[in-house]
Write a protein that binds this ligand. Sequence first.
Ligand SMILES: Nc1ncnc2c1ncn2[C@@H]1O[C@H](COP(=O)(O)OP(=O)(O)O)[C@@H](O)[C@H]1O
Ligand SMILES: [Mg+2]
Length: 266
Amino acid sequence: MGKPMIVANEVRKSFGKHEVLKGVSFEIEEGKVGVVMGPSGCGKSTLLRILIGADRPDSGEVFLDGEEITRMDEEQLNKVRLKFGMLFQGSALLNSMTVAENVSLPIRQHTPLPPETIDIMVKLKLEMVGLRNAESLLPAEISGGMKKRVSLARAIALDPKIVFYDEPSAGLDPVMVAVIDALVMDLRDKIKVTSLVVTHEMTSAFRIADHMVMLHEGTVLSSGPPEEIRKSDNGILQQFIKGEADGPIPLKVAGSDYEKAILQEE
Ligand SMILES: Nc1ncnc2c1ncn2[C@@H]1O[C@H](COP(=O)(O)OP(=O)(O)O)[C@@H](O)[C@H]1O
Ligand SMILES: [Mg+2]
């Protein structure tokens, strides 16, 4: 067992009367890729916001690199935030800045390094995501997949130990999804980054995961290595993995958020 890098312990969160997370627990070891999967509306983004300290749970604990963060004040949180990067669902680039300027932002904000050093760091990060030649372009001049990669370069600008991703493959074509997946695995293999990826894309999840957490209706349906998840005889899990249109989920949770989410998507 490696050192636990991301730990959720009995995390609960309600919005009004709506209990979104009902005691979520799991651990991701250092240098591994953890994937949180689950249908739309099951609480993935809510969980992610709690894991990065952007929102607080009603109860439960979150440990990042051994530090409990849910009861930290902003000042303490800002120190912890230097240890991780975050790739948001949109690419969240500043349109008036070049690719290089976007990537340099966190370095300029958080370090007193001189421009020449920052320039070298930015070039290295862009090299890592395969965009060395795009540094002087503006976000409007590059594709969606390239924007995602620039955001990733920015997320790793300060050499974080952990990178969080919210639906990194949303809106990308399958080739670009594979490129982003390869980058996630590269960060693990080359610089031992621990990742937590939230997704509802099965193909991508099974390609990158060392550890999978299946969320369903705000609880962990299953948590373990992908081989185990694939073999599970849990009906809901199998239905979700295989993407079957018909199966135990709608029957079992009729009137649930999941059903509402499906109806909304249709
Ligand atoms: N700030 C909020 N206020 C009220 N309800 C929220 C808020 N954030 C999320 N929810 C609700 O929590 C549920 C889970 O949302 P979310 O975590 O975004 O799901 P997912 O990312 O899995 O699609 C949804 O029913 C959503 O409407
Ligand atoms: Mg979401």
